[in-house]
Design a binder for this molecule. Structure first.
Ligand code: ADP
Ligand code: MG
Length: 734
């Protein structure tokens, strides 16, 4: 009998265990049982060959149509080419070697059906059409001899699980191993409470493992998937419910709104009316800050919705209450900009201790990783003494050396770049109680993600943009219309002549060979062999200087010294530059209302959300914004579809859903998630909103009734092991 922790070695023997360990990183019985089939094949049904993509590791069911040997002039001298079909498309299996040295020649006669596994590639002969092929595939003949004994239909309906595999693994290894493990499996009591299973119409765990690995029918498979999916959703929700509960129980210093403080003074001077949404969310936050437990709120608002003002008002409320606020920004550029704009908006309200400072003024300090020793020392002192009511900074704020006199509020801007653990690092800086936390994101988060990744936060949404914003026009500048590109440069000159400013963004810095600087590799779904490397700003710069002769061009990227970055941004903000040539360092938050054109080079190399963010840098004032997506992606390609989608709408929510559909879960939950032990195998954030919502409901109730899970020991065990293994994966997202 084998339990879930049993090493595979003990159950399967050294040889097989080693293969599974090396090939798929599976070590225990539990690992193997959670290695679910990727697909299921009907014995009677062939795989649709046209659906296969280059580079994909596949297992297909197909029928041999032709077997042909070919002598090669070069090594290894001979190739056996076997053509298989699904009835419509063709696929070639190539076995290189010496003539007569291969089994396939005998086993794979025309008419034979089999499973073939390998990596799809395209082979282009010097003459003739490109051929889809599997080089040296693993294969397994699906013998037809059982057919006579079984009813024909039953045989054809048999479900054959197809596992994610690797090249080195014989096709049948996983299936056989899973079978052995299932036969010897000894499970503890079901971790899910019995009445919950009944209420939610879920089958037991053992039946679920059986049903997913060796289903006797599609119904059984469906029930198995439902149960296992539930477990994935539920365990995460229990963890989040516990986090919420623990956080809510902590003490915090209440900072109720006060009259006649800096906040009131600031409100009175605001050069614009707050939008209805800003007012409403502001009230929610004001009420939260007045409570004796820490606020944990997520503020979502599309690019340009005006989140900064909302945050600043909250910070001032805390300053009025005698505390300090920290504003954490994801990049140096953004931290500097926040510091500049907050200082600017506050005017003499930020000049405490200076001549001309207002009566109840405070100070705004800036702390970044690479600022000079003197500036840093000053900022550290202002934070520690409490002289600075607001401290703006990057990750540098998280360091131990940074201390606050009385940290009352932490604002995290552009949350998607910070993880839960980092939020915690800041929270710990408050002696005694915990600070209130406000997290802001411009990437609209679909509900499912909000309930999962951000499941420990309450949510507010800034729905509408401030009035007076003009729509941004977006156009794709495609390779088949070279005139559009010429027009792009003309358009830039025209805008500059009107005194407007222009961003030009490239995917890379491209200073030296192999320099990946601010590269955006992970967001490039089409990444792969054979593409030219993305444009770098250093390559583009000389050409721009020619094309845009007479315009003042500045360069901004992540490798510049922070002072240089700051200087370039200042010059751009101060209209001393016409064009800012940059990498994605300007992706988030940069706010220059006079900038009207955003040109994105190699736009197909960026993700949908990134494009939306970049586009949000223009059209921020009352001036009409224009966004041009320059690409050499061919019409009809996936990349072009994405660009067309971005051009067709400025609705961030729609785009973020599209983005979600195009990414794998791993990318949504963080890079680590895509790796070894993803906690999500069946659950998808795109399609399983219902499951996630139900699980959240049940989990909240269960944790309310039994906070430390003492009445649910099985569940506690599962949770503990998930948190051990996958903590970084699903709670942290940097
Ligand atoms: P985001 O939500 O993207 O962070 P910002 O806070 O940077 O947006 O605001 C974008 C711009 O809109 C800023 O220049 C800001 O001063 C301006 N703004 C914010 N609220 C309003 C408002 N109610 N009316 C007019 N302009 C506003
Ligand atoms: Mg912002």
């Amino acid at each position: 009998m084998a339990n879930l922790d049993e090493p595979l070695r003990k159950v399967l023997g050294d040889k097989t265990a080693k293969v599974l360990e090396k090939g798929l990183d599976l070590h225990t019985v539990g690992d193997l049982l959670h290695h679910y089939p990727r697909r299921y094949a009907h014995r009677g049904e062939l795989t649709q060959l046209s659906s296969l993509e280059d580079g994909e590791h596949v297992t297909v069911m197909a029928e041999v149509v032709k077997v042909q040997g070919r002598t090669l002039t070069r090594n290894p001298g001979y190739v056996l080419e076997i053509t298989v079909t699904d009835g419509t498309g063709l696929l070639q299996l190539s076995f290189f070697g010496r003539k007569g040295s291969y089994r396939p020649e005998k086993e794979l006669a025309p008419g034979t059906r089999g499973l073939f596994a390998g990596k799809i590639s395209t082979y282009r002969p010097r003459s003739g059409r490109a051929v889809r092929q599997l080089a040296h595939p693993q294969y397994k003949v699906v013998h037809e001899k059982g057919a006579a004994e079984q009813a024909a239909q039953e045989w054809a309906d048999e479900i054959i699980p197809i596992y994610p595999s690797t090249k080195a693994l014989p096709i049948e290894t996983i299936g056989t191993s899973v079978g052995t493990v299932l036969d010897q499996l000894s499970l503890p009591a079901d971790p899910m409470p019995e009445e919950l299973l009944r209420r939610r119409d879920l089958i037991g765990l053992r039946a679920a493992y059986e049903g997913i690995h060796r289903p006797r029918g599609w119904d059984e498979l469906g029930r198995a998937r439902k149960r296992l999916k539930w477990d994935e959703a539920f365990v995460i929700q229990v963890a989040l419910a516990q986090r919420r509960r623990a956080a809510a129980a902590l003490p915090a210093t209440p900072r109720p709104p006060s009259f006649g403080g800096v906040q009131a003074e600031f409100d009175a001077r605001l050069p614009f009316e707050l939008t209805e949404g800003q007012r409403q969310v502001g009230d929610e936050i004001a009420a939260d800050l007045a409570l004796e437990h820490p606020m944990h709120r997520l503020l979502q608002g599309d690019v340009g919705a005006g989140k900064t003002v909302v945050a600043l008002r909250a910070m001032l409320q805390v300053v009025d209450g005698g505390g300090q606020a920290a504003l954490l920004a994801p990049t140096e550029v953004l931290a500097q900009q926040h510091h500049r704009s907050i200082t600017g908006m506050l005017g003499d309200l930020a000049q405490a201790g200076q001549i001309g400072g207002a009566e109840n003024a405070t100070r705004v300090a800036l702390l970044t990783g690479s600022q000079g020793a003197k500036a840093r020392k000053e900022a550290l002192l202002d934070a520690a003494s409490g002289a600075a009511g607001i401290v703006v900074g990057t990750h540098a704020l998280l360091q131990e050396s940074v201390q606050f006199a009385d940290l009352g509020l932490v604002v995290v801007d552009e949350q998607h770049r910070f993880g839960v653990e980092q939020r915690d690092a800041l929270r710990e800086k408050t002696a005694g109680g915990r600070p209130h936390v406000l997290v802001m994101t411009a990437t609209p988060i679909p509900r499912t993600v909000a309930m999962t990744v951000f499941g420990d936060l309450e949510t507010s949404v800034l729905g509408q943009l401030p009035a007076g914003r003009s729509q941004i026009q977006t156009h794709v500048v495609p390779p088949e219309k070279p005139a559009f590109l010429a027009r792009t440069w003309e358009r830039i000159k025209e805008e500059a002549a009107k005194g407007r400013q222009i961003y030009i963004v490239c995917p890379r810095i491209g200073e030296q060979e192999g320099d990946e600087g601010d590269a955006i590799a992970s967001d490039d779904p089409q990444a792969g062999e054979g593409r030219r490397s993305p444009l770098g700003i250093m390559e583009v710069l000389p050409k721009l200087e020619e094309l845009l002769a007479g315009l003042r061009i500045g360069v901004l990227h992540g490798k510049l010294h922070p002072d240089e970055k700051d200087a370039v941004m200042r010059r751009f903000t101060g209209r001393e530059l016409d064009v800012l040539l940059a990498t994605t360092v300007i992706e988030v938050g940069v706010d220059v209302p006079n900038a009207t054109v955003m040109v994105i080079m190699d736009a197909d190399r960026f993700g949908v959300s990134q494009l939306h963010q970049l586009r949000g840098r223009v059209g921020r004032g009352s001036l009409q914004g224009l966004c041009l997506l320059v690409t050499d992606a061919e019409p009809g390609s996936k990349a072009r579809e994405r660009l067309d989608a971005v051009a067709s709408t400025t609705d961030g929510f729609r785009l973020s859903r599209l983005d979600l559909e195009q990414r794998r879960e791993g990318d949504v939950l963080g890079a680590a998630q895509a790796g070894r032990t993803s906690s999500l195998r069946l659950l998808t954030l795109q399609r399983d909103e219902d499951v996630i919502r139900d699980a959240r409901e049940e989990a909240t109730a269960l944790v309310e009734a039994d906070p430390d899970l003492s009445e649910h020991p099985g569940l506690a065990t599962v949770l503990a092991s998930l948190l051990d293994e996958d903590r970084a994966d699903f709670l942290e997202k940097t």
